[in-house]
Design a protein around this ligand. Structure first.
Ligand code: IVH
Length: 721
C-alpha cells in the first residue's frame, strides 16, 4: 500500500486516516516535487495509455496546482520536463521546417477484398514465397498487424536520451514543420519516456496520429459559435488547425489525443516487429491504439476488417479504414518502398456511406467570384451519423450528365468532410411527375445576366453572375476575406457578415476597417453587445498586419488562392511593386532560379483585377485603412517555403473526369505547387490522378505500379497544402 504523506492530508482528506498509516517525515519540497511529478505522469499514463483513469479531472488538477505552487515558491526546482512546463511557452513567430530523420511516407489505399488479396499476393511474392492468392489459413508465412486508420494528423516525435526534443508535422514527407511548442502541451504525449520496464534507445522516434475525440470537437465548436467564430468542419480539420497555432496556450485548451503507430529513426534499433515496437512505445508511456491486432492469416485480417466496420461507429473518434502492415521488420525492409508509400503496408478504406432520398428542390447559390452553384434540398435522411438535407451538385454540366430531375430518387454519399454529393439517380423508380432542373439565366440574388463558361469540349463548366456589385457576391467575398486561412478576423463570422451587409454598414473590404467609427450602428445589430463589438474591432485591428499574401488570398480573385498569393507576394514584396509588374512578368518571374509555377491563367486574372477600376479602388481603400500591403520575405519563407508540399517536383498525369475541378484550373494549381503535369503515363510518372471513367492511362499506371489517387485523395491533399 502506498504510504500517505502529510501533504496528502489537505482539506479534502479526513485526518482520521492518520490513525492507520505509518507516519513518515514531512518530505522536503524537492522530494515532494519529484513525488508529484511521478504521480501526475502515472495518472496521465492511466488516462491516455491504459484508458483506465483512477482519479477525477478535478483531483488531477489539484495535483498539478500543488506542483505549480511548490515550483513558484522554489523556482530552482523547476525542470524543463516538469508537467507545469507544458503550458506557458510564448507564441512563436513562425514555423521552422526541419528535415525528417527518415521520410514520413504515406500509404496506398484499397477499397475491396480482391485488391487486398492481390496486395497480399505481391507481398508473398516479393518475399520470394509461393503465389498465395486467396490464401486461407496461413498468410504465406507473413504475419500482419491490423490497426484502425485514425482520421487525424500525422506527427513524428523524437526522444533523445528519453526526453522529447522535437515534434514535427508530416509536411511533404521529407521535411515537416517544427511544432514542438504545441505538442509539449498535449498531456497524451510524455515529455520523458518511462524507463520502468526497459531503457529506451538513445534516439527514439515514434510516428503516430494526433486526433480529437468527437466529444471534444463538439465542445469546441459550441464554444466557437458562441464566440461568433466559424465552427470547424470536422475533428481532423480542427486538429490540423490546432497544431498550426503559433500560440501553444490555445493548443493547451484543446484536448488533443495521440496514438503511436510507427517507427522513425531509432538508435540503437532493437525492434524486430511492428508488434514489438508498439509494445515498447506503450511501455515507454506513449499511447497506442488498443484495437491493434497481430494476425497470421488473410482470413483473420478480413475478419478484423469486417468486425471493425461494425465497431468503429461506437468509438469516440473518427476512423476511415484499417491499416494492414507486415509485422516483421526484416520483411518490411526486404519489400522496400515505392516513391511515396511502402510495399509492406496498405490501407483498407471503408466505402463512403450512401443513402437514398428524394430530391425536392435545387437552389443556385452565388459564390464570392459570382459562380452559381446548384444546391440540392432533399428529404432529410440519416447518413454517417448525421441528418442530411442538402448536397452539392457542382454545376449544370453535372446535372445534365447525371440527368438529375426534381422529384427523382437520388443516391447521396458523404466522404470525409466533404459535403454530401449526389452520386446518381435511381432511374428505375423515376415517376412521371419529375421536372427538369432549369439553369439560371439571371442571378438569383441581383437578377443580373448570367455568363456561361465551357471547357474545350463545349461542356458547361460554370455559370457566373455578371454583376461585380451583386450583394450576394459581396457577402461571400467578405466571409472568405475574414476566414481563418485568409485575414483570420476574429469576431467576423458568417452571421456577423450577413448582419453588417444587410444593415448596409459594410459595402467593401475597406469599410470593415473603418467600422469602429460606426460603433453606435454596430451596437444596434441584434445580439451584438459591447463585448462582442469590441472583440470584433480588436479582431479587425490585428488583422491589418497580416501582410500582403494573406490580403491577396483574401480578395478572392479568380484562380488566385493561398499558394499563388504566397509566391507572388513573396516575390514582389509589396503591392506597389506588384502594381508595376506586367502580366508577362507575373507569369515568368523565377524563384531560386526556377519557374515560379504561376501560369498564364493566374497571372492574367490577377493582373486584370489589379488594373481594373474595382481592383484599384479596393487597394486604395485598404491602404488608406492602414492595412499592411507588404510582405517580408522572411515571413513567407518561414510560414511556407516553396516546394514544401506533396506535389512539389512530382510528375503528375490527370485522367478521367473530375467532378470538382476543370482540367486547366487543376493543372495550374498543381503547377503552382511545383508539379509538372503531363499527358502520358510512363515509368517516370510519380502520380496519376484518376477521375471517373478513367481508361487506358489508369490501366497503364496500375501496370507500372505508379501511385494512383482518386478525387477524394486529391481534395484532401489540396486541403492540406
Ligand atoms: S502508418 C508507412 N498507421 O494515414 C506508414 N498511418 O493515409 C505510414 N494513419 O500519413 C503511416 N492511422 O497519418 C499508419 N494506424 C496507422 C494510421 C496511419 C492513420 C494516417 C497517417 C498517414 C495517413 C496515410
Amino acid at each position: 500500500m502506498r504510504q500517505m504523506t502529510p501533504t496528502h492530508c489537505n482539506a479534502r482528506a479526513s485526518c482520521n486516516a492518520w490513525a492507520s498509516v505509518t507516519i513518515r517525515a514531512m518530505p522536503t519540497p524537492a522530494e515532494r516535487v519529484v513525488e508529484l511529478r511521478a504521480e501526475i505522469d502515472r495518472h496521465n499514463r492511466l488516462y491516455y495509455v491504459e484508458a483506465a483513469p483512477q482519479i477525477s479531472d478535478r483531483d488531477f488538477d489539484d495535483l498539478l496546482k500543488e506542483l505549480e505552487q511548490l515550483e513558484a515558491e522554489h523556482p530552482d526546482l523547476v525542470t524543463p520536463d516538469s508537467p507545469t512546463q507544458r503550458v506557458g511557452g510564448e507564441p512563436i513567430d513562425g514555423f521552422q521546417t526541419v528535415e525528417h530523420a527518415r521520410p514520413m511516407l504515406s500509404i496506398d489505399n484499397t477499397y475491396d477484398r480482391d485488391d487486398l488479396l492481390k496486395w497480399h499476393d505481391r507481398v508473398v511474392k516479393g518475399l520470394g514465397g509461393e503465389d498465395d492468392l486467396f490464401g486461407g489459413d496461413n498468410a504465406g508465412g507473413v504475419r500482419y498487424v491490423c490497426e484502425p486508420k485514425v482520421d487525424g494528423v500525422a506527427l513524428s516525435l523524437r526522444y533523445e536520451a528519453g526526453h522529447l526534443v522535437r515534434a514535427l508535422s508530416r509536411g511533404d514527407g521529407q521535411r515537416g514543420d517544427d511544432i514542438t511548442h504545441n505538442v509539449r502541451t498535449m498531456r497524451a504525449v510524455p515529455l520523458t519516456l518511462d524507463t520502468g520496464e526497459a531503457k529506451p534507445p538513445a534516439v527514439f522516434e515514434a510516428r503516430g496520429e494526433v486526433f480529437m475525440t468527437d466529444a471534444e470537437f463538439t465542445r469546441l465548436n459550441k464554444q466557437r459559435v458562441a464566440d461568433g467564430q466559424e465552427p470547424f468542419k470536422n475533428p481532423r480539420n480542427c486538429t490540423a488547425g490546432t497544431l498550426k497555432q503559433l500560440d501553444p496556450r490555445i493548443v493547451a485548451q484543446r484536448s488533443l489525443r495521440f496514438y503511436a503507430h510507427g517507427r522513425g529513426e531509432c538508435d540503437p534499433d532493437p525492434y524486430e516487429t511492428q508488434t514489438g515496437f508498439l509494445e515498447a512505445a506503450r511501455a515507454f508511456g506513449l499511447p497506442t491504439n488498443p484495437e491493434t491486432k497481430t494476425l497470421d492469416s488473410t482470413d483473420a485480417v478480413w475478419d478484423y476488417i469486417e468486425g471493425f466496420a461494425q465497431r468503429r461507429g461506437e468509438l469516440d473518434y473518427e476512423t476511415d479504414g484499417v491499416v494492414i502492415k507486415v509485422d516483421s521488420i526484416a520483411q518490411q525492409d526486404e519489400l522496400g518502398v515505392r516513391s511515396k508509400s511502402p510495399r509492406w503496408c496498405i490501407a483498407y478504406k471503408y466505402a463512403a456511406e450512401q443513402a437514398t432520398t428524394k430530391l425536392l428542390r435545387v437552389d443556385w447559390q452565388v459564390g464570392k467570384t459570382g459562380k452559381l452553384t446548384p444546391r440540392a434540398t432533399m428529404q432529410p435522411v440519416d447518413l454517417a451519423g448525421t441528418t442530411v438535407q442538402h448536397a452539392t451538385l457542382h454545376n449544370f454540366g453535372e446535372i445534365t450528365r447525371k440527368d438529375i430531375r426534381i422529384g427523382d430518387e437520388v443516391v447521396i454519399e458523404k466522404a470525409g468532410e466533404i459535403i454530401p454529393q449526389v452520386m446518381r439517380v435511381v432511374v428505375e423508380s423515376r415517376g412521371k411527375d419529375v421536372k427538369p432542373i432549369e439553369p439560371p439565366t439571371r442571378c438569383p440574388e441581383c437578377e443580373a445576366d448570367v455568363e456561361v463558361e465551357h471547357d474545350g469540349d463545349e461542356k458547361e463548366t460554370a455559370r457566373y453572375c455578371s454583376n461585380p456589385e451583386c450583394p450576394a457576391q459581396l457577402r461571400e467575398r467578405l466571409i472568405h476575406f475574414a476566414g481563418r486561412d485568409q485575414m483570420d478576423i476574429e469576431g467576423l463570422g458568417e452571421k456577423v457578415v450577413i448582419q453588417l451587409t444587410e444593415a448596409g454598414l459594410v459595402k467593401s473590404f475597406g469599410d470593415l476597417f473603418t467600422l469602429h467609427t460606426k460603433r453606435d450602428d454596430v451596437l444596434e445589430l441584434e445580439r451584438m453587445g459591447e463585448k462582442k463589438a469590441d472583440n470584433l474591432f480588436a479582431g479587425l485591428e490585428s488583422a491589418k498586419s497580416r501582410g500582403l499574401s494573406r490580403v491577396m488570398a483574401g480578395l478572392g480573385v479568380r484562380h488566385v488562392g493561398r499558394t499563388a498569393s504566397r509566391i507572388i507576394a513573396g516575390h514582389y514584396g509589396s503591392i506597389d511593386a506588384l502594381m508595376e509588374a506586367t502580366k508577362e512578368e507575373i507569369e515568368t518571374f523565377e524563384v531560386d532560379g526556377e519557374k515560379s509555377g504561376i501560369g498564364p491563367e493566374i497571372a492574367s486574372s490577377l493582373h486584370q483585377f489589379l488594373h481594373s477600376e474595382a481592383g484599384r479602388h479596393v487597394i486604395d481603400e485598404l491602404r488608406e485603412a492602414g492595412v499592411d500591403l507588404t510582405e517580408s520575405a522572411r515571413a513567407t519563407e518561414v510560414a511556407a517555403p516553396r516546394g514544401d508540399n506533396v506535389f512539389s517536383g512530382k510528375k503528375i498525369v490527370l485522367t478521367g473526369t473530375l467532378e470538382s475541378f476543370g482540367r486547366k484550373e487543376l493543372t495550374e494549381r498543381l503547377e503552382a505547387f511545383g508539379a509538372k503535369v503531363s499527358g502520358s503515363v510512363s515509368a517516370k510518372t510519380d502520380l496519376v490522378i484518376a477521375g471517373e471513367k478513367a481508361g487506358s492511362k489508369l490501366d497503364k499506371a496500375n501496370k507500372l505500379g505508379v501511385e494512383v489517387w482518386d478525387e477524394s485523395a486529391l481534395v484532401e491533399a489540396l486541403g492540406e497544402t
